[in-house]
Design a protein around this ligand. Structure first.
Ligand code: CTP
Ligand code: A1H0Z
Length: 429
């Protein structure tokens, strides 16, 4: 078993959370944590997670195993790790990868600064990979930072949209029932074919459900089940809940999961995952204004226009001069889109200050950050050609910051002074 990278032991502050409705409601989270006995402070339940990530992704139809396929230039598995890292009460995350992908996995952990991760060798089937992860948790190996958890979550590495609330629900249910798993309504009816390839019978769709992930188990239950199960189970089984039932007579509690618990299996699922991630990170825009007091109104006007134009997007504004407090907090709260307003400055020094803050914050490690540097120009005072010349610097600068996953765009708005700025913004609308 590969120990995790330095500093990977023990729960750390929750990782970056997605803003907006996808973050678990804190009140609900607190009450669920209390029920699960995982709330901070009190003797909390020891919870670990096992992520099978040793598949080859045959149905994806590409050479790269799907868990390492990129979404917005970042491997799919990194999104799943980030989702689990956001949950501070999951003490250890054990990822099962093949030997040939061990170095790739280590580089992903390093590059995206994932914590609490330990790596184990995957098996030739998903059940064998999971078993490998459970063994790592079961044995207090000498050099291991891992200790046996009371409850273990099992979650496919290719299911990136998992939220704290469903994890809490399955852990709470597993603590009480011994096993629990997320389920979803069936999208298609399940039928049983006869030997001659014709319909034998169909299952009543309303009475059946699709078994999804995450699942959770009392560690001793699922570990015992894996130790008891046959090679046939390990080779051809697809359902951990069934192993708990068959070998430990433990009836899993079924927990209704949200629609986005689906597993990335086919190429279309990658496209769907990318559009969901883009939607998540486009939920907030921060208008960053000039430091000069008399120009702050420009930013507020722009904020008004954006609010009226973009109904479902949270628009905030902040003056760069208060950067030490408010803007840092906005960055920490995971805003990924910034409109930097430069009214009087001849170049884009305000934008440069913002870019330096963003680079220091490492915000763009996980998702691309978009910065639009907006420049207002009264074309009667300064010929647009001269302003454009200044702005061409942005092009050079944008190449540099792109290496840090920051996408910088320049926007020049030239307006006649006599018409005033408010009218110009109406024109922009
Ligand atoms: N020997 C295996 C096979 C699968 N998995 C993991 O189990 C999860 C769900 O399995 P599946 O979607 O079937 O992944 P693949 O087996 O890679 O896909 P395919 O069946 O298309 O090859 C994935 O995270 C996959 O990496 C694993 O850890 N070890
Ligand atoms: O069967 P696959 O290997 O594609 O996926 C593995 C599991 O995610 C799948 O079987 C769920 O139904 C959960 O048990």
């Amino acid at each position: 078993m590969e120990p995790g990278p330095p500093g990977s032991s023990g729960p750390v502050e929750p990782g970056p959370c997605l803003s907006g409705q996808r973050g678990a409601d804190h009140a609900a989270s607190a009450s669920l944590q209390s029920a699960a006995g995982t709330e901070p402070g009190r003797h909390s339940l020891a919870v670990a997670a096992v992520l099978p990530a040793g598949g080859c992704g045959e149905r994806m139809g590409v050479p790269t195993p799907k868990q390492f396929c990129s979404i917005l230039e970042r491997p799919l598995i990194s999104y799943t790790l980030q989702a689990l890292e956001r949950v501070c009460w999951i003490k250890d995350i054990v990822v099962a990868v093949t030997g040939e992908n061990m170095e790739v996995m280590k580089s992903i952990i390093q590059k995206y600064q994932h914590k609490r991760i330990s790596l184990v060798e995957a098996g030739v089937t998903r059940h064998r990979s999971i078993f490998s992860g459970l063994k790592a948790l079961a044995e207090d190996q000498l050099n291991s930072k891992l200790s046996k958890p009371e409850v273990v979550i099992i979650h496919d590495a290719v299911r990136p949209f998992v939220e704290e609330d469903v994890l809490l629900k399955v852990v709470t249910a597993a603590k009480e029932h011994g096993a629990a798993g997320a389920i979803r309504p069936l999208v298609s009816t399940v039928i049983s074919p006869s030997a001659d390839g014709c319909l034998d019978h169909s299952l009543e769709r309303a009475r059946h459900r699709a078994s999804e992930m995450p699942q959770a188990f009392l560690f001793d239950v699922i570990y015992e089940a894996y130790q008891q199960c046959t090679d046939y189970d390990l080779e051809f089984g697809t359902e951990c809940l069934q192993l708990a039932l068959k070998y430990c007579r433990t009836k899993a509690k079924l927990v209704e999961g949200s629609p986005d618990l689906w597993k990335v299996t086919y190429k279309r699922d990658l496209y769907a995952a990318e559009s969901i991630i883009k939607e998540i990170i486009s939920q907030e825009i921060c208008v960053v204004m000039d430091s000069k007091e008399d120009n702050k109104h420009v930013g507020h006007l722009l904020e008004e226009v954006l609010k009226s134009e973009l109904n479902h997007v949270k628009v905030t504004s902040e003056a760069l001069c208060h950067a030490g407090r408010h803007l840092q907090q906005i960055i920490l709260d995971q805003c990924y889109n910034f409109v930097c307003v430069n009214v009087m400055t001849s170049d884009f020094q305000e934008t440069q200050k913002l870019l330096s803050m963003l680079e220091e914050s490492n915000l763009s490690i996980l998702y691309p950050v978009v910065v639009v540097s907006v420049h207002f120009l009264d074309f009667k005072l300064v010929p647009p050609s001269q302003k454009m010349e200044n702005l061409m610097q942005i092009k050079e600068f944008s190449k540099k910051v792109k290496e840090r996953n920051i996408l910088l765009y320049g926007l020049l708005i030239s307006y006649p002074q006599d018409k005033g700025f408010r009218n110009t913004l109406k024109i922009i609308k």
